[in-house]
Design a protein around this ligand. Sequence first.
Ligand code: ZN
Length: 244
Amino acid sequence: MRVAVISDIHGNLPALEAVLADLDGERVDAIWCLGDIVGYGPAPNECCALVRARADICLCGNHDLGVVGALELATFTGEAAAAARWTQGVLAPEHRDWLGSLKPRANADRSELFHASPRDPVWDYVLSDQVAAEALRLTSAPLVLVGHSHVALCVAQADEGSVGGGLAPGGTETPLAAPPRRLLNPGSVGQPRDGDPHAAWLLVDFDGDRGTFRRVPYDVEATQAAIRAAGLPEVLARRLAHGL
Ligand code: ZN
């Protein structure tokens, strides 16, 4: 079984299309999406349509929940709230209903999936050894998959319970068989924040016992132009060039 794990697409259609083209070259059996299909980016309808058509499992993220009205936008940063309100105005009812039907966690083959973390599947950021250890303590599957931070991560839990690992730049590979159990974040398709502007995804090859962190170039300037044409906050365009 070969699975493509994608997350945090954020309405960035050129990035999503580049990732889908890349994973289509890898003969994957399934696509799992960890949420935040919309928010920040200028193409929420197109991204919802593509993910609905392609993903076998799809979680919702905090931005999806904010856009459908299930989370207060007062808890969002200024530009996130502005983008969520813009998205509410353009999102097709069928996509709003679909986003509203999604859950922020799921179980799958040898894996537990969360948008954010096991202790708070919507908001918690797994960015430290301490939080990663807690996430592994609260789960039991060999593989724990999280998104939300937009930072690709590869963390392994040693037998004594301590965790090791960290950032997972493009090309990073890891075995998957437990022990040790692992927590992986594929990084973000549509708004990477780990200093690499290329779109991120994760190839999980259970039979080959290998996870591979992938990065794909896409037309950043096309997304930036669409953000500006939509009147979304300028900072949302600028950050894409730097992956921050
Ligand atoms: Zn996100």
